[in-house]
Design a protein around this ligand. Structure first.
Ligand code: SF4
Length: 393
């Protein structure tokens, strides 16, 4: 890929391939390889890489598939992502997947893992409980055992052995991956017109369905290409989007926010790719411990994580300040309990700091954005017209 446009097109194609063609192609080259599907948000993909596997992100169907059977599995008043995932399973999109990991985000995901077990999809289905206690001897030990259970399930399929050398290699590859993604976000913070939020979304999402080595090559190219002075700055405000960490916002919604007068300078759309802030320690004798410590001490904030000693409202405001944003857009999936229950806490913190925000809900297959465009447009205009700092500049 020589141009940014080519890289974006390639990633766009990969991102929404509900048949996971590239991942299946990768597996078909060696009968010891395994594919492990994981649900949002975060899962330490390093352990799958070190077990001769590819961890494949499953983010729902977006607006690319009609849900018929999935609706029969869930009541009407919950989010849409689990229905889409069940539909994919029933329509055999996960053929040749070996196992599935469901991180403990909420009850909906917990129930989805039970349904996968009942349906007999894959050789194993693991429900990954995140620790609620951040003491390494308690929560750390618990989490380490959870990860060992997953690698033991993989080992029963392909006889892989999780040794320190392989896991250290995987850690260095994913450290590089996170570093490159963060560098791209940093360039966009300064020059958001060089690549749209929609384009960035494709670039990151593609990394959830291809080997990390290949994704790193793409990220390096993209990082190089956006060093060039491309595009023109426009009269837009800068916003952080928060609350879209699990069921993904439709791409057209991301586009609408930018078209309505905003640059999205940070978000939590695919936050699992940037979950660990900084590096996981490399080249240690016990790399599994390094992964556990990174989770306990370097996790980002999210409504899906218990964090009583490190409040997310403060961390959201720190992010807003770090990105030099003008406002926050709270965009969450309809019926998403974790995001919507946190919203008043986050908004109160914004009120106290005099930070402007707007809020709305979406569904991954929402198709009408007129109302949202008007709401975001009015929000952007009000900040441009009445924000003292922006007027002075
Ligand atoms: S969108 Fe929210 S409620 Fe639905 S599965 Fe994800 S975290 Fe749970």
């Amino acid at each position: 890929m020589k141009t940014l446009k080519e890289a974006i097109e390639k990633c766009k194609e990969l991102s929404f391939d509900l048949n996971f063609t590239e991942a299946k192609k990768w597996k078909s080259k060696d009968n010891k390889r395994v594919l492990i599907g994981y649900m949002p948000i975060y899962f330490p993909r390093e352990i799958v890489h070190a077990s001769n596997g590819l961890a494949v992100g499953i983010l729902g169907t977006g607006d690319r598939k009609r849900i018929i059977k999935g609706d029969a599995y869930y009541q009407s008043y919950i989010c849409r992502i689990p229905r889409g995932i069940i539909e994919l399973a029933l329509d055999k999109h996960f053929e040749s997947f070996d196992g599935f990991v469901f991180p403990s985000i909420c009850d909906v995901i917990r129930n989805l893992s039970g349904m996968f077990q009942l349906l007999g999809v894959g050789t194993f289905v693991s429900y990954l409980d995140y620790p609620q206690n951040f003491n390494p001897d308690i929560g750390g030990e618990f989490y380490k055992n959870e990860l060992k259970q997953i690698t033991s399930n993989i080992s029963k399929i392909n006889n892989s052995e999780l040794d320190a050398e392989k896991l250290n290699l995987a850690i260095s590859l994913f450290n590089k991956n996170r570093k490159l993604i963060n560098s791209i976000y940093d360039v966009r913070q300064e020059f958001p017109w060089r690549m749209t939020a929609e384009e960035l979304y494709y670039i990151i999402r593609a990394g959830m369905v291809i080997p990390v080595e290949e994704h790193n090559v793409i990220l390096e190219q993209v990082y190089e290409l956006i060093q060039e002075d491309i595009g023109h700055p426009m009269d837009k405000i800068r916003v952080v989007v928060s609350g879209s960490f699990c069921e993904q916002a439709p791409v057209s919604l991301i586009k609408t926010i930018e078209l309505a007068g905003c640059y999205v300078v940070d978000d939590d759309f695919l936050i699992g790719s940037r979950w660990i802030e900084g590096d996981v320690e490399e080249d240690t004798n016990d790399p599994l411990d390094a992964l556990v410590n990174a989770f306990l001490t370097k996790s980002t904030f999210s409504s899906s994580l218990y964090d009583v000693y490190n409040p997310k409202e403060k961390r959201l405001i720190d992010l807003y300040k770090k990105r030099n944003a003008d406002g926050i857009i709270f965009a969450a999936a309809s019926f998403c309990d974790p995001a919507l229950l946190d919203r008043p806490v986050l908004q109160n913190a914004c009120d106290k700091d005099n930070i402007r925000y707007i809020s709305f809900k979406y569904s991954e297959n929402t198709g009408q954005f007129k109302n949202i465009k008007e709401q975001v447009g009015a929000f952007a205009d009000s900040i441009k017209l009445w924000d003292d700092e922006l007027i002075e500049n």
